[in-house]
Design a protein around this ligand. Sequence first.
Ligand SMILES: Nc1ncnc2c1ncn2[C@@H]1O[C@H](COP(=O)(O)OP(=O)(O)OP(=O)(O)O)[C@@H](O)[C@H]1O
Ligand SMILES: [Mg+2]
Length: 462
Amino acid sequence: MQFTDLGLAEPILKALAAKKYGSPTPIQSQAIPVLLKGKDLCGIAQTGTGKTAAFALPSLDHFARNPKPTPLQGCRMLVLSPTRELAAQIAQSFRDYGRFLKFSVEVVFGGVPINKQIRALGRGADIVVATPGRLLDLIDQRAFTIKDTEIFVLDEADQMMDMGFIHPLKRIAKLLPKERQNLFFSATMPGEIEALAAQFLNDPVKVSVAPQSTTAERVRQQATFVNQMEKQALLNLTIRNEDIDRALIFTRTKHGADRVVRFLEGAGIQAVAIHGNKSQAQRTTALQAFRHGHVKLLVATDIAARGIDVSGVSHVINFELPNVPEQYVHRIGRTARAGAEGIAISFVADDERPYLKAIERTTKVKLDIVPLPENFVEAVRNLPKAAPQRKGQQREQTPEQKAKRAEGQRRYQDQQKQQRGNAERAHRPDGDAKPAKKNFRRRRGGGGVGAHKGAVQKTGGR
Ligand SMILES: Nc1ncnc2c1ncn2[C@@H]1O[C@H](COP(=O)(O)OP(=O)(O)OP(=O)(O)O)[C@@H](O)[C@H]1O
Ligand SMILES: [Mg+2]
């Protein structure tokens, strides 16, 4: 099958040719005809097989054939993503696939000032790609409405319906119009989550290219048993021994990611970290540096496990195994994308053996067990010290956090001033200290001023 057989609008075909896409991938050829008919769909296909285009192309086609003014402070299509980086990437895919069409796309996520987003959304946008938290903030501030949404997409749908997101998602679903097309996509969809999806979908067509949780083809999957304390030495050796173009190294914690970077730097190996304790600016810079090949090693928490598409990732290294098997599928799916090959190496400590078992059970793949390298003992003995923590590695405050802190300080100073004023007036014969003091007490005690009280305590304590 060719893209021309799918009946997509000419400007879309032109954009695909410009991207040098040959023919549609299986998920694209199966999902696009269903979506062009306006039906709901739950699409399951391995990582790196073009699910983004599977939902973007028919939607762009819909806008090309049904032009309408963008709803003020609203959108015609809403795409939700679990991470900011993925939201930005999806928006970029729409721009690429729709480069010969006239439409607007906005991306909204937290960690950056909200005002710019409020201004951008004032005019409305055809397509909005968002993370749920910031989307709800915008809705709560009456800066945005989703009542005109025609197409609703959940990318990484199983994660979006998992515990961390289900409450915001339910709120969002209530605010969407009843009449809409729903598109859910992921490489994994555990049974219990699929049942939950039925709440949001209307008579959906299920397209499953491979059984859910099938790992990407062409990934060589290996595991090495090693003590947790000796993993860093193994990592340094692996990086030196393997022919790495670009590698993503996953750790279980944010602190762990920073630690790995410092040990690598101590050994003279350049790496950057990306995780939730970094400011958005640091996160963006790290991913950009990795995308453009300025750094070959990106150390990440699961923040980078889903959806992120960086070409040329030759290796994924699990410094620690994820305790949820589906997450393994997504992590190793950062390599071997769009027909490429890749290697996934997992370091398995004793207490992680049950995770390995669960992964093998879920993916129905047995990992190749690779012994420790010959010079391993020596590498452990001579492990270079970690580089000292640099200022840039410490958490930078986001503009919002800075603003919040400044607001707290301002309130504290105002209160101090007010208290000083009260004290001075109390010593004056015509002092009006009493009412003011009473007023102050009442404000402190009031429920709505709880934040005020908190701010005073917090800032006062510094
Ligand atoms: N028909 C196609 N021909 C060639 N390349 C394609 C085609 N469709 C998509 N691609 C490329 O394949 C890569 C992976 O696509 P995409 O990110 O949409 O995968 P995905 O299925 O969403 O993966 P994940 O499950 O990891 O999110 C992208 O670089 C994209 O440009
Ligand atoms: Mg994807």
